[in-house]
Design a binder for this molecule. Structure first.
Ligand code: ZN
Length: 54
């Protein structure tokens, strides 16, 4: 299994990016972009939706 390890920008947890995942694809396309773990990404998406609704 190929994977990279990054530090989440928001919660500072170490995150393992495994081959075949969405994060891995994003990482390969743009390795220097700031990264967040899946939990934080989902949290931000939820917050964004809440704001949209109101
Ligand atoms: Zn995080």
């Amino acid at each position: 299994m190929i994977f990279y390890e990054i530090e989440c920008l928001t919660c500072k947890q170490r995150v393992r990016i495994e081959e075949g995942t969405k994060l891995y694809k994003q990482y390969k396309e743009n390795p220097n972009e700031r990264r967040m773990c899946q939990d934080c990404v989902e949290k931000i998406e939820r917050d964004a939706k809440k704001q949209l609704m109101g």
